[in-house]
Structures are given as structure tokens and as C-alpha cells.
Design a protein around this ligand. Sequence first.
Ligand code: NAP
Length: 254
Amino acid sequence: MSDREKRTVVVTGGSRGIGRAICLSLAGRNTKVYFNYFSPADPAGEKAAADETESLIANFGGIAVGSSMNVMAEEEVALFFKNILAETGRIDVLVNNAGITRDKLLLRMKENEWDDVININLKGTFHCTKAAARTMMNQRQGRIINIASLSGVTGNIGQANYAASKAGIIGLTKTVAKELAQRGITVNAVAPGFIDTDMTAVLPDKVKEVMLSQIPLGRPGKPEDVAEAVAFLASEKSSYITGQVIHVNGGMYI
Ligand code: NAP
């Protein structure tokens, strides 16, 4: 499709942090951004965060629509995509960004902490990818970008569940890239290192200090650092790149 035509972009977990920065980086006059959020513990707070993403994008003339949807629930995902397709008839870019942590050492980790992380991070990515793939295949065009993590490549103490989910996302990315390449769809992953968001704000100061000391560029990443890599992978400029993992980590992994 030409740049003048309307683009439909879907970002999971766009209410805050990296997802919001991705929504902002992909928004534009010819682009409608659909994103979701999901926080049953604080529905009012998360709705307010989603409203803020919408108005930040509206401020520069873009359109963003946020709605509540749990990526781990297949029926909710199906309805979310059905509604988008009813409005726009196409999906040009999918960014699987929604994710959580439930950090604990292996021997203390409960089954539900394992399941929650795998179900939201990995199964959620599977559900959304499947829901968007058919439309992209019919279009013979599309971009899928999955947000993995450095933990999924190197492992990280206290993150057996999270690292497994993100390593799974990398395997999923490579496989789907092979399956969909013939239909003109690229599938890549972005693996952030230590990024300044709500997710990392809760870490003890000691852990943050250790992380910082491991970053050659000497600062934590900003959500925008990740969003720029996603914007490149979502653009025409990356049309010959598929099945890759782009690391955004200030040199933490060289
Ligand atoms: P964040 O600030 O905690 O935001 C997480 C987003 O995911 C929120 O929009 C949240 O919605 C949404 N979400 C959570 N559970 C969901 C569910 N079940 N269904 C749908 N949406 C759900 O996290 P972040 O730091 O921006 O992280 C974004 C992604 O980057 C994640 O995949 C994370 O694993 C990855 N990552 C982050 C870092 C880092 O250092 N921050 C490093 C590597 C990778 P609500 O607002 O409704 O809660």
C-alpha cells in the first residue's frame, strides 16, 4: 500500500510505558492506532492512562482508540480484532507489546506466577498474531513486531517464568516469519534491555544499581528508544528484514 493510504496499526498494552511510546511513534495523519490495556486491579487508573495515550496522539492530529482486552483470553482477542476489522477492513502492523513480570527465584515461584507470565506474554502473543495473520495474508502485506526481552536471550536470576516466555516469543517470531514470508509479511522481535517504565520502577534500588552498572552507554533506556526500533521495523524501510531480533539495550549484551 502507498504511504498516502490509511494504515491500521494494532499495539497491545498501549496505555503506558513502552506500548504508549510505540503508539506515539506509529501514529500519524494516515494511521489509525488501536491499542488495548488490561488491569482488573485498577480499572479506573488504567482507563485514565489509556485516555492519556489517546489524547497525546490526538494533540498532533493522529487517531488512537484504546479499549480493555485481556490478551490471554482468546475470545476477547477475537472480538477486539473483529471490531477493528469492521471499522477499517485491514491490519497493516501488529505490535505484541503487552507483558508482565512476576519475579521470584525458581524454588519460591508458584505455579500461578509461572502460568500468568506465560499466558499473558507468550500465549497472548500467539492469540494476537493468529488473529491478525489471516487478514495480513489476504492483504499479502503486513508487519508483526513482538516485544521480547534481553532476559529471553541471556536468562536472568529471578525471572525463570519471564525469560521462558520471552525466549518462547523469539522462537514464535522466527517460526511465524518463515510461515508468512511468502505472503509478504515480515515478523521480527525487539529485545529491550533495562528500560525506565512502571515495570522496572518497582525493582529494589540495589537491583537497579547493578543493572545500570552493566550498561556500557551508562543510562537506562527510554521507552522511545524501543519505539524507534519498532517504527523502523513497521516501515517500508525494513521490508527485507524478517525473523530477526533487534536488541535495544545500551550495549548490555554485546
Ligand atoms: P508496563 O509499563 O508495565 O506496561 C505493560 C502494558 O501491558 C500495559 O499497557 C498493561 O495494561 C498491558 N497489559 C498487562 N497485562 C495485560 C493483559 N493481560 N492483556 C492486555 N494488556 C496487558 O510495561 P513496559 O515496561 O512498558 O513493558 C512493555 C513490554 O516490554 C513488555 O512486553 C515487557 O515485557 C517488555 N520489556 C520491558 C522492559 C523494561 O525494562 N521495561 C525490558 C524488556 C522487555 P494496563 O495499563 O491496563 O495494566
